[in-house]
Every structure is written in C-alpha cells, then in structure tokens.
Design a protein around this ligand. Structure first.
Ligand SMILES: Nc1ncnc2c1ncn2[C@@H]1O[C@H](COP(=O)(O)OP(=O)(O)O)[C@@H](O)[C@H]1O
Ligand SMILES: [Mg+2]
Length: 299
C-alpha cells in the first residue's frame, strides 16, 4: 500500500504548484517532487490519488531519457538514481530526502523559463475540436472541411498558449508569440516541439498508443534552449489506445476524464472547494495513470 503524499515540507521551497513541490538545492539545480495531488478544472481536489506522483515522475524520467538525443533537457536524474547523481552534492532538500520520496523526485537544472506553453496537436480534440466545430479553424488556421472529432490533423500543429500564473491559459497567435519572445526563439520552440513530439509519437505508436496532443515548456539553461517541466505525462497530454481509436467521437484518454465526468455529474460548479472523491473514483483514476505508464514505457 502506498502512503499518499499530499504535500512535502523541506527547506528551500521555491514553488508549490497544483501538483509538484519544487525546491532549490543550490548549484543551479532544483528538486521537483511530484505529489499525489490532483486538479480538475484548475482546482486542486481534496483527496490525493495514491501513487500518482510516482507514476508521473517515472513517466517524465522515461521520456527525458528517450528524447535527450533530439533536444537538450533539464533532467539530471531521479533522486533515487545514485548513478545519475554521483557528481551532484546532496544539498538542501536532497540531503535528508526520505528514501521513499526518491522515485517521485527529479533533480533538474534550473532554467530561466520561457512563458509560453508549447502545445502540439496531432489529432483534433479538446478545445481544438470545439473551435473547429464552431468556425472551421484551429488556433485561427483554416482547416479542410469535413473533419470529425478525434480525426488526425492534416499535419502537426503548434498552438501555443500563455503560461498564466493563475487562472486559465489563453491561446497565443503566432504574431503574439513573436511579440513576446521574438521570432527566432518562436521558430526554435516550434521546431523543437515538433522534433520531441515526433520522436515520442513514434515510440508510442510502436507500443499501440496515440499521442493526440501534449504541452511542452522550455527555458534557458546558460545559453542553451532546454526542454523543462514534466514531459509527456497524462497531466500534460492526451494518450489514446490505438486499438480503441474511433474517430467521430470523444476518445477515452488515459487521464482524469473519468474524474472530470464524475465531478460534473455531482453538479459541482467548478469553484473551490471541490467535492470529496469516493474510493472507486480514486481507484479508477489511479488505474488509468498506471495503465498509461505500463502501456507507454512497459514498466
Ligand atoms: N528546469 C526548470 N527551471 C525552472 N522552472 C521550472 C523548471 N521546470 C519546470 N519549472 C516550473 O516549475 C513549476 C512546476 O510546478 P507545477 O506543479 O507544474 O505547477 P503549476 O501549477 O504552476 O504548473 C512550473 O511553474 C514550471 O514552469
Ligand atoms: Mg505545471
């Protein structure tokens, strides 16, 4: 039985996000601990999903290793990986980190974040489908008519959005992105996003999975453009099973859709506090995350 981790309290906390607690451990490095918190509609729910953080950290670690040859990233190693951390001094929160926290904690290079969420879409889903149905466009770009929900897009699309400190992210047009971060960086972000996406999607396909869309974050480490944050987890991506893929309808993603549906069925108004989750909703949500890890990484 896994003891759920709702919150961590070590020295050097720099950020407590919806899901992860981040500590500065000195030397230009951070320790990012994935807790078992879960959010829906941007509200943190009262119950943790035991083991979810562990699954997210393992998945990110897998993808950072898998894509390191196509794009530099911030990942140094999981805190439980002695070999990867051999040259890293155990300072700050890393020093006294309880052993059971190791596999859910990533040691990463601290970056100067670029405040753009780099969304890549290969399939027509979510807000993109909503926009297409209404206006025939995705991110303002006109697409061929007659596409169905969940259809594969004619080509990969880069649909960035703002990285809002609080509240909802807003779509950023290409021109807005260029005004914010410059044309050269915009082009590099799009190119890097496509490269990482293609590498991951090819792997997923070999394992019978579809990556419908995902969100990347980038930053600068020294002068180097670097992939940061979490990578290709169910919290940042839509994963579908290829053998269950049925265009023309909403696909069952390996994420918290089940939880969202349950929340809406209670009549909750999406304002905090959220209702307390029944055991079976917790168990089934956890199952989806576990299945995603197994199917994508084989572990
Ligand atoms: N290598 C890095 N350097 C600096 N900041 C990072 C790095 N990787 C991720 N971050 C930032 O750390 C935070 C992670 O916390 P998260 O739990 O995702 O919170 P949020 O709810 O703010 O997204 C995010 O703000 C993310 O942009
Ligand atoms: Mg985040």
């Amino acid at each position: 039985m896994i003891t759920p981790v709702s919150e961590t309290r070590f020295e050097g906390l720099v950020h407590r996000g919806k899901v992860r607690d981040t500590y500065d451990i000195g030397g230009g490095r951070l320790l990012m601990i994935a807790t078992d918190r879960i959010s829906a509609f941007d509200v943190i729910l009262p119950n943790p999903i035991p083991g979810k953080g562990l699954i997210l950290a393992q998945m990110s670690a897998f993808w950072f290793r898998h894509t390191r040859n196509v794009m530099p990233n911030h990942f140094i190693g999981l805190a439980s990986d002695r070999k990867a951390l051999a040259d890293i001094p155990a300072t700050g929160a890393l020093a006294g980190l309880p052993q059971e926290m190791g596999p859910r904690a990533m040691v990463i290079k601290k970056a100067r974040r670029i405040d753009v969420e780099c969304v890549v879409r290969a399939y027509l889903a979510g807000t993109a489908w909503a926009e297409y149905r209404k206006s025939g466009t995705v991110h303002g770009v006109r697409l061929p008519s007659g596409l169905r929900e969940s259809d594969r897009l004619p080509e990969l699309m880069f649909t960035p959005s703002t990285k809002a400190e609080s509240g909802h992210d807003e779509p950023l047009t290409w021109d807005q992105t260029v005004r914010m971060i410059g044309e050269e960086t915009s082009v590099r972000l799009r190119e890097a996003s496509f490269r990482v996406f293609k590498s991951a999607a090819a792997h997923a396909e070999r394992r019978g999975m579809i990556i419908a869309d995902t969100k990347f974050e980038f930053g600068w480490v020294g002068g180097e453009l670097t992939l940061i944050d979490e990578l290709l987890t169910p919290d940042s991506s839509r994963f579908w099973a290829a053998d269950a893929y049925r265009p023309g309808e909403t696909q069952a993603a390996f994420d918290k859709q089940f939880l969202r549906d349950w929340l809406l069925s209670t009549g909750w108004n999406r304002q905090p506090p959220a209702p307390s989750l029944p055991e079976d909703v917790i168990a089934r949500t956890r199952e989806r995350y576990e299945l995603a890890l197994q199917r994508l990484t084989g572990s």
